[in-house]
Design a protein. Structure first.
Length: 258
């Protein structure tokens, strides 16, 4: 447990519990990236970093103005380490949920928004990570290609076996070849089918480009969920050194930690 770096941990439902929760985790985790779909977490993470190594993030949903360059710039200047493309406000997510509207990185003409290149450059300048959120596969592929062309190497394909993002092994392999990291979340690995895909990915794809995050709130049996999942990985036959790569070595590389 003391070697885990969680790149996608959700804020607790009550923020006044955050200090106590992080205090209880300080001897268990090497690093935690705090995430909220509604507002930046860079402020709370900066205040609490002396408790446990926590890092801030910004999710580009409508609550922060979507593809808002000012919000992005301010978050990065304040130390945000993870920038996430739209999640609950992504066009792909809303479409799959039977809702209208939503944000896309494409213009109405099917071209990448001009803001995308600027955002990628900002993220690269601040040595931060770009995550794809709940964009469609086509958008994810275009974004990874563009980031790679500009020179950003720290890009995560978010939650690759979620209901809204389910990707085949072939699609995952293609994204790794384009330079991306694949993120599997514990919150999406509850079914046997998702776990089977994960196991196959670890066996067949480049293990150096796969990470495991939680995707769960800090106040929802956080530590015990991690413990149970690590045991599950051992039970399906993954060696300790492989598990360490997934939960520590690769996330550490992305965050730029020694």
């Amino acid at each position: 447990m003391h070697s885990i770096i969680d790149l996608y941990a959700l804020l607790p439902s009550k923020l006044n519990n955050l200090y106590n929760i992080l205090t209880s985790l300080k001897d268990c985790f090497r690093g935690i990236v705090l995430v909220s779909d509604i507002f930046p977490t860079v402020f709370s993470s900066s205040l609490l970093r002396n408790v446990v190594p926590v890092f801030g993030s910004l999710v580009l949903n409508e609550s922060v103005g979507g593809f808002n360059l000012k919000a992005l710039q301010h978050a990065l200047e304040l130390g945000a380490r993870l920038i996430v493309m739209p999640t609950i406000d992504a066009w792909n997510y809303r479409h799959r949920m039977g809702l209208s509207g939503g944000l896309s990185i494409y213009t109405t003409k099917g071209e990448l928004l001009r803001e995308v290149d600027t955002m990628i450059s900002y993220i690269m300048e601040h040595n931060a990570i770009l995550a794809t959120g709940y964009l469609s596969f086509g958008e994810v592929k275009a974004l990874v290609k563009e980031a790679n062309a500009i020179g950003l190497k720290s890009i995560i394909v978010s939650d690759v076996v979620s209901d809204v993002n389910l990707m085949t092994i072939k699609q995952q392999r293609h994204l790794i070849e384009l330079g991306a990291f694949l993120e599997y979340r514990i919150s999406s690995l509850s079914s046997n089918e998702a776990l089977r895909i994960f196991h196959r990915a670890v066996e067949e794809l480049d293990i150096n480009h796969i990470v495991v995050s939680s995707g769960i709130p800090l106040d929802k049996n956080y530590s015990s969920t991690w413990i149970a999942f690590i045991k599950k990985l051992s039970d399906i036959g993954l060696k300790d050194e492989i598990i360490e790569m997934l939960v520590f070595t690769n996330p550490s590389r992305l965050l730029g930690l020694s």
